[in-house]
Design a protein around this ligand. Structure first.
Ligand code: GLN
Length: 193
């Protein structure tokens, strides 16, 4: 079976490892380049994107992850992980960098300006109703032509799940609710690639 790494610099790594184990794929934490080299796909967890960026820089992981994404490695980011997969960021800290890969503008702490966290049932393309937990969550402000919108919140006003080729991102945290279908969806993407 393919091996999926979970970027283990900061964030809810354990929850993603647990969700991935249920998909039948092998899942391991990834902190350094040698560990990244050994995985077939990468999950970027929820957490705090400014901290994740600084640690990725300190651990020499910014460029290696960017390179793997450019080479077509499947990746999934939830919340802070979505931010890390955005080509362009709004509301970021001064100088804040991402890995990029998905042709989208993500607005950081977008929902958080109104309310820190909330739960909602969303229609997720191909999966049906999905229970979604948002915690100081970003939303997707705009997407390029190659990006598929998979779920929206606020009566269709806000994009909260997208896919571009082998890259998947959600504003919410399926790893925190026991909602296994988003990880299964990603596992299917990994098996196909
Ligand atoms: N607000 C966080 C950030 O900017 C993301 C929150 C989360 O991952 N739950 O990184």
């Amino acid at each position: 079976a393919p091996t999926v790494g979970v970027l283990a610099l900061q964030g809810d790594v354990r929850e993603h490892l647990h969700s991935l184990a249920a998909t039948g794929l092998r899942a391991v934490g990834v902190r350094r380049q040698s560990e990244l080299d050994a995985v077939d796909a990468l999950v970027i967890p929820g957490g705090e994107s400014t901290t994740m960026w600084k640690l990725a820089e300190a651990f020499g992981m910014l460029e290696p992850v960017r390179m793997r994404i450019k080479e077509g490695m499947p990746a999934y980011g939830s919340c802070a992980g979505m931010i890390m997969l955005a080509d362009r960021l709004e509301g970021g800290m001064e100088g804040q960098q991402t890995f990029g890969g998905i042709d989208m503008v993500v607005r950081r702490n977008a929902f958080g300006r109104q309310v820190d966290s909330f739960e909602s049932d969303l229609e997720f393309a191909g999966l049906g109703q999905v229970r979604a937990v948002f915690i100081r969550a970003p939303w997707v402000e705009s997407v390029g032509a190659g990006v598929e919108v998979l779920a929206q919140a606020d009566a269709g006003d806000r994009i909260v799940a997208v896919r571009q080729g082998p890259l998947l991102a959600t504003s919410f945290h399926p790893e925190l609710t026991g909602e296994g279908r988003v990880h299964s969806y990603f596992a299917e993407m990994v098996r196909e690639s």
